[in-house]
Write a protein that binds this ligand. Sequence first.
Ligand SMILES: [Zn+2]
Length: 319
Amino acid sequence: MKATFDLREGWVPHPFDVLCRMGGKPRWTTFIFLIVSVLSAVGASAQKDSFSKDNPSWVQPFPAFKIAGNLYYVGSQDLAAYLIVTPQGNILINSNLESSPPQIRQAVESLGFKYKDTKILLISHGHFDHCAGSAQIKRETGAKYEVMAQDIPVVESGGHNDFNYSSRESFWFPRTKVDRTLHDGDTVSLGGTTLTAHLTAGHTKGTTTWTLDEQDNGRTLHVVIVGSPNVNPGYKLVNNKTYPQIAADYKHQFEVLSKLPCDIFLGAHGGYFDLHEKYERFKKGDTNAFIDPAGYKAYIADRQEAFEAELKKQSANKH
Ligand SMILES: [Zn+2]
C-alpha cells in the first residue's frame, strides 16, 4: 500500500544528475548548466515548498476511458477528473491545475462528448491540484459550480483562506465564484443521475467524497470517489488554531468512509486506487478491473492507521 499525499514534493534536478545526462562532457554549456542547477538546488526549499506544480504525473495526459455506465475518466496520470454523461448535459468532477482545462477538454472530446455540455462542476476538495482550473472551465462552459460550504471560503479566495497553506503563494489559484452551496448529504442531479455529497473533512474543511450508483450489465454498482483521507506533511492535528476541530473531523471522516458501500473504488488522485495497474488490466479486457471493494477497505484502513499514528505522535509531543 502506497502512502499518498495530495500535494507531493516536486522533483528538483540534482547537479550530478544534470552532468550525467549531458554525458559528463566538460563543455562550457555543462558548466553553466551546473551553476544553474546549483542555484536551483540552493532554492530547493522554495521549490519543495511549492510541491511543484510541474509534478510530471499531474500534467502528463492519460487515456480517457469509460469506467462504468455513464461514468468516464478524463484526468491526467495522477490528477483524477471524472465525467458523468447524461441526456441533459454532463457533470465534471475536478478541474485540477490551472493548466489542466485544455487537457480535460481534450479527454472529453476524445470520448466523443462536447466540452460545452458540461453543466455542473464539482470538486473533491479546495486545493489547487483539484480546483485551480475551475475558473476557466466555468468561463468556457458556463457550468454551475457546486461546492461544499466549508470549502467555499478557500475556493472563492483562491486559496488565501486555506487553514494550512494561506501564506504560500504557490498554493494560490484563480478565485472562483461558487453558484450553489452544498451541505453534507446533499444531492446533485442531472438527466437521471444523482450524486451524493458526503462531508469527509480533515484534509480540508470541506473535503467531499462523492457517491453514485451505476447500472452496468444488469447490476447496480456503488461508486465511491474519495475526496482525501490524507494528512499532509506539516498538518497540525493538535492545537491547530486555524482548524481547531481537525482531528475530530478526520475521525468523523473515517467513520463515514468505513460505512459507505463500495464496489467501484475511485478518488481524487489515481494513486489512491492504483489507476495505472487497474487500467492495464482493463485494457486487456478485464471489465471488472475497477471493481475493488477489498481495495477500498484496505485503503481506508491504511489511511486511518496513518492518521492515528500521526495524531499519537503529535499528542505525545504536545505541539
Ligand atoms: Zn489536497
